[in-house]
Design a protein around this ligand. Structure first.
Ligand SMILES: [Zn+2]
Length: 353
């Protein structure tokens, strides 16, 4: 691994406002608005000789304007389907867009998206279809951009050339089934995306999430020969030593949540009330955001499934939880292998420049 010097004084001037981004060699870390708090996220901009390439597209307008002032943006690589990582793709109609093999169909078909994110399980078929209908009628610009943009598929684990730099997309399932972590071996940079070291803790609250795979993938990042670890939210860029320390505390939150759940069940908290035990979100948040209640419910489902898998006697509680919250059992699991054409690396290799 060659590690290029870190340049934190990269000032760029446009629109009268100075923008400062961190740059490592030719790779620039574009922090999103509101310090990349959701619905914003951090992007990487790769500066090539004649063009740029962008990884993720959810920074907000300040950075989009900045990107438009650089060399032409030819390719956008999306790490996964979550809207906070793709919301700006409509800004760059000239660029080719690439996504991982699992997520292409989720952006092409909102039914797949809502099966994967859990709305089918929580709202039922009618509720989910109603949600899609409303979003489509309202002409939601993010969803429109996502569904209308022509999506290409990149392969995992193969060296790709993007704007002249070598990048490998490491498959890191858990947060979602298809999450890819962009790795630049020549610069020692690993974009760990939503393994974000936040104090909230790991987020695995979609149906296509998996707690144990999240842990496995997070631990796998430690084996990558990198010095700079960039998160999509919260922390931003950290050096290896700090990343190693913080990652263990971050993953420990998973076991704390599970213990909280076990304790609540032991205390006799009913499946109806357990969603207010703050396993994930503060009670107050649920009053404001029904979407976060969906995440809470799915998070608890994930932990109950895990407890049962590990031999715990939680089957009855799990079934009662499903009944109480009117969940559709068949939609509590989601696994859809990519289309063979999207999965075979050689099919997509032609885009290596
Ligand atoms: Zn995400």
């Amino acid at each position: 691994m060659r590690v290029k010097p870190l340049n934190q004084d990269n000032h760029s001037q446009f629109g009268g406002k100075p923008v400062t981004y961190t740059k490592i060699g030719p790779i620039e870390i574009l922090t999103g608005e509101n310090k990349s708090k959701i619905p914003f996220s951090t992007s990487l901009l790769v500066h090539g000789r004649d063009e740029t390439a962008l990884i993720d597209c959810g920074t907000g307008h300040k950075a989009y304007d900045y990107i438009k002032n650089q060399k032409p943006l030819k390719n956008i690589y999306l790490t996964h389907y979550h809207l906070d990582h793709i919301s700006g793709i409509g800004e760059f109609p000239e660029a080719q867009t690439w996504i991982n093999p699992y997520d292409k169909h989720k952006l092409k078909d909102l039914h797949e998206l809502t099966k994967a994110n859990g709305l089918y399980a929580v709202l039922g078929e009618e509720g989910a279809e109603d949600w899609i209908k409303k979003r489509t009628e309202r002409n939601n610009p993010v969803l429109n951009a996502a569904t209308n943009v022509d999506m290409n598929v990149y392969p995992y684990e193969l060296p790709l050339q993007i704007a002249g730099e070598k990048m490998i997309m490491i498959h890191a399932p858990g947060h979602t089934e298809g999450l890819a972590l962009p790795y630049f071996p020549d610069h020692g940079i690993l974009f760990v995306v939503d393994i974000d070291l936040s104090s909230f803790g790991p987020w695995y609250n979609n149906i296509d999430s998996d707690i144990d795979l999240f842990i496995q993938s997070a631990l796998k990042t430690l084996e990558v020969d990198a010095e700079y670890f960039v998160t999509s939210h919260h922390k931003g860029m950290v050096r290896r030593k700090e990343y190693e320390q913080k990652l263990h505390d971050y993953l420990a939150i998973i076991e704390k949540r599970e213990q909280k759940l076990i304790d609540a069940i032991d205390r006799g908290i009913s499946p109806e009330d357990i969603v207010y035990e703050e396993v994930f979100y503060f009670k107050e948040t649920h009053k404001k955001s029904p979407l976060e209640m969906t995440s809470e419910i799915i998070g608890i489902v994930k932990h109950l499934q895990r407890l049962i898998k590990n031999g715990g006697d939680y089957e009855d509680y799990y079934n009662e939880f499903i009944t109480t919250h009117h969940l559709i059992k068949e939609y509590l699991f989601y696994k859809k292998e990519p289309h063979p054409a999207d999965h075979h690396p050689l099919m997509t290799k032609t885009h290596s420049l």
